[in-house]
Ligand binder design. Structure first.
Ligand SMILES: [Zn+2]
Length: 335
């Protein structure tokens, strides 16, 4: 490890370790702040990253609450958290870097590459490659809400164990995307799961609560924290998903709730065309559970409106699970 060396850090508290990145024009270096906590007891190292896409903010609040958790008193091993990976994008409220690249498509990065590649390389060399496990926190893109869900490659047994232990009712079996952190870590035999919840530029209380508990659950499952993870008996595994798109341009009125079971041919929305003042219906071409949807009321023909995942068997049960989950975590603010 070039900059982070946990063995030199006193155990039982958080240490802020600044990592230098290429700066903005006219400014000195930008800094990626890592917080490291180790225990005296030996154990594995886990990393938790957020704001890889600079406008995805739920992960910051999840990490803040996690860092204050009393459970950490029983830590075995080392935790490295990076609340803002995409420092440059974050400062602009942007998903991307100033070079317009998506940081999560350029891993493992390169010290001699583009700005994005250099940032990826710092995270890879300083954090990921010194870890045994990882959790990468994301939200939906701008104006797109994701029901809290885990995305993971479930063919890998360790990954599947982490994905289930996280404890949210929806798990999407998703292949590794080229250039993603998850792919690069996987190639180095470091299992990583992705938590997707909420929407860019907004904080969502249910997503934050479930995410904070999810990290603690995974660390319990890995033997890094004391206790047993609160795992839902019925978790739904989806093998594929599709987007239902707008059939017309106009004002979009959503008629369904996120997390609910959608039947084939069910009317999901109306789109009102202002030139005719007529409304057309958007129907589900296939059954499934609504795991993500647009938040915009103005849509163009072809826009992706509803993300529907197809679960193995048990559709109504899944929807009930999701509903119960939302009730349990209810929106209480102020933690
Ligand atoms: Zn993201």
């Amino acid at each position: 490890m070039t900059q982070i060396n946990p063995t030199r850090l006193t155990s039982g508290k958080w240490h802020n370790v600044p990592l230098s990145l290429p700066g903005a024009p006219g400014n000195s270096d930008a800094i990626m702040h890592c917080f490291v906590r180790r225990s005296r007891k030996p154990g594995p190292t886990i990393f938790i990253t957020a704001a890889m896409h600079g406008d995805e903010l739920n992960g910051l609040e999840i990490i803040r609450r996690f860092m204050r958790s009393r459970k950490l008193g029983g830590l075995q091993g080392t935790v490295i958290v990076v609340p803002v990976v995409n420092v440059h994008g974050f400062g602009m409220g942007s998903r991307y870097l100033p070079d317009r690249r998506d940081l999560n498509r350029v891993f493992p990065g390169s010290a001699k590459g583009s700005l994005a590649a250099r940032v990826a390389e710092v995270l890879m060399q300083e954090v990921v490659l010194h870890s045994d496990y990882g959790i990468d926190l994301h939200t939906g893109a701008i104006h797109r809400f994701n029901v809290p869900q885990i995305r993971a490659e479930l063919d890998n047994e360790v990954v599947e164990g982490m994905a289930r232990a996280f404890g949210v009712p929806l798990v999407l079996n998703s292949e590794l995307r080229e250039g993603s952190l998850r792919e690069s870590a996987g190639q180095n035999n470091i299992p990583v799961i992705v938590y997707e919840a909420g929407e860019a530029l907004r904080l969502d209380e249910i997503s934050i609560k479930a995410g904070t508990q999810g990290i603690i659950n995974v660390m319990m499952h890995l033997g890094m924290l004391n206790g047993t993870p609160k795992i839902r008996k019925e978790q739904a595994i989806a093998d594929n998903s599709y987007w239902e798109r707008a059939s017309d341009s106009g004002v979009f009125q959503c008629l369904v709730k996120p997390g609910t079971y959608i039947q084939k041919e069910q009317v999901l929305a109306r789109i009102m065309n202002p030139s005719t003042m007529e409304a057309s219906e958007v129907r589900a071409s296939r059954a499934g559970v609504l795991v993500g949807l647009t938040q915009l009321a103005l849509v163009y023909e072809g826009d992706a409106l509803f993300h529907i995942a197809r679960y193995r068997g048990m559709h109504e049960d899944v929807a009930q699970q999701v509903e119960r989950f939302h009730e349990e975590l209810g929106p209480e603010f102020g933690t």
